[in-house]
Design a binder for this molecule. Structure first.
Ligand code: SF4
Ligand code: SF4
Length: 386
């Protein structure tokens, strides 16, 4: 996006006041009630940075805090009647602040870790040690892309997904040169090294393009579907890019007859009621929200809904580097969700995003909530094994 495109989008804002009032923005400073902490005010900051460089917004501590506290949840974009893509403008603003060396310092570690170790956590264990047999399965048409979170922080998601592929009779491989999808670098404004980091993985995919790549992380899928295209012009030709719930939709019958197992599962192995959380990137970004519900309904698994759900879902609070730069702010948002679950009577939070799962689990445990956090594929495997 060039400056003219951005200004064209900024000027679409009619100052209607919906984004300051009618949504829960995870970056909003409830106490301050400053315009600059609203989505609309953040637009003005980026506008100011582009139009009036002499005002030196790029050096401002406040501009840094206001822009980098945005989780990129896109709730403001969803409700905006003028169609202002606020998160995209904020990403651009973050990029300008990074160029001015004015960004949260915890983000530097993320950048260095991805460059050095291929993951944002600085885990030194190479991915090549994981599932070596699947890495050598080079002729297989289906690639499973677990992503950093499921490899290093929530391995039960990757392990259970691999088991599910087996049950479904799907032969899979994982990439030999898989690296961090680096969507986080885009979201924190550090896009300078994207091409270099991703080149070996892209080369592998071009050498032998798979028929489909299946993702359990909505953030990784967004990188492949949108960020690689917009930032690097990478489109992956005819390769289908699917979230696991999309992939599973026409294969539910292969899971076998499981009605009785559902009763056992809900009475013995899982605290019910279950409540379904739509991750922002999955539901709002990729518009994947009916698929998990269709699967749960087909399997007769009862679940509660949040008052705001599907494309109107509320954020878990942790995205776009907010968890590392402003952990207290991320926690405030997560606590709002956990309290809402309590009010609705939910005892197990079910979702399909490793970032949401990790954040919910950490905060629920820290504040002793009696709520279990469960991934969709882990639930399915528990069901099949009960
Ligand atoms: S994308 Fe989300 S966090 Fe960022 S300004 Fe909009 S509502 Fe707030
Ligand atoms: S909802 Fe859209 S048009 Fe209304 S104030 Fe916010 S950005 Fe502007």
């Amino acid at each position: 996006m060039n400056e003219e495109d951005i200004m064209g989008i900024v000027w679409k804002c009619s100052l209607c006041g919906f984004c300051p009032k009618d949504l829960e923005c995870p970056a909003f400073d409830d106490d301050g009630r400053w315009e600059s902490s609203y989505a609309r005010g953040k637009l003005s900051i980026v506008h100011g940075m582009i139009k009036n460089p002499h005002l030196r917004f790029q050096n401002s501590e406040l501009a840094k805090e206001r822009l980098f506290s945005c989780t990129g949840c896109a709730h403001c974009y969803y409700i905006c009647p003028s169609g202002v893509n606020i998160p995209e403008i904020i990403y651009t603003g973050k990029k300008l602040l990074v160029e001015a060396d004015n960004y949260p310092k915890p983000h530097l570690k993320i950048v260095e870790n991805i460059k050095k170790y291929g993951n944002p956590f600085g885990e030194k264990a190479s991915r090549a040690q994981e599932w070596e047999d699947l890495r050598n399965n080079v002729d297989t048409e289906t690639v499973y892309f677990p992503g950093c979170m499921a490899i290093y922080r929530t391995p039960e998601i990757a392990l259970n997904s691999i088991k599910l592929f087996k049950i479904l009779g799907e032969e899979i491989r994982v990439l030999k040169d898989e690296t961090c999808c680096s969507g986080i670098l885009y979201r924190i404004g550090h896009t300078e090294a994207l091409a270099e980091i991703l080149k070996p993985m892209f080369d592998e995919l071009h050498k032998k393009p798979p028929k489909q790549i299946i993702f359990t992380c909505p953030g990784c899928l967004t990188s492949f579907k949108e960020i690689f295209k917009s930032e690097l012009g990478e489109k992956f030709g005819t390769t289908k890019l699917l979230h696991f719930t999309q992939y599973l939709l026409d294969k539910i019958s292969k899971l076998g007859k499981i009605e009785q197992k559902v009763k056992t599962l809900l009475s013995d192995k899982i605290k019910s009621p279950i409540i379904w959380h739509d991750p922002c990137h999955l539901a709002r970004g990729l518009e994947i929200y009916e698929e998990p519900r269709t699967i749960l309904n087909a399997l007769n698994i009862p679940y509660l809904e949040f008052k705001q759900n599907r494309k109107d879902t509320n954020c878990c609070g942790s995205g776009s580097g907010v968890r590392s730069a402003f952990p207290e702010l991320a926690e405030i948002t997560t606590l709002k969700r956990l309290k809402e679950i309590e009010e609705l009577g939910g005892r197990t939070l079910l979702t399909s995003c490793p970032f949401c799962e990790f954040q919910f689990r950490e905060v629920a445990s820290k504040h002793s909530f009696a709520i279990d956090i469960l991934d969709f594929n882990v639930l399915l495997m528990k069901l099949l094994q009960s």
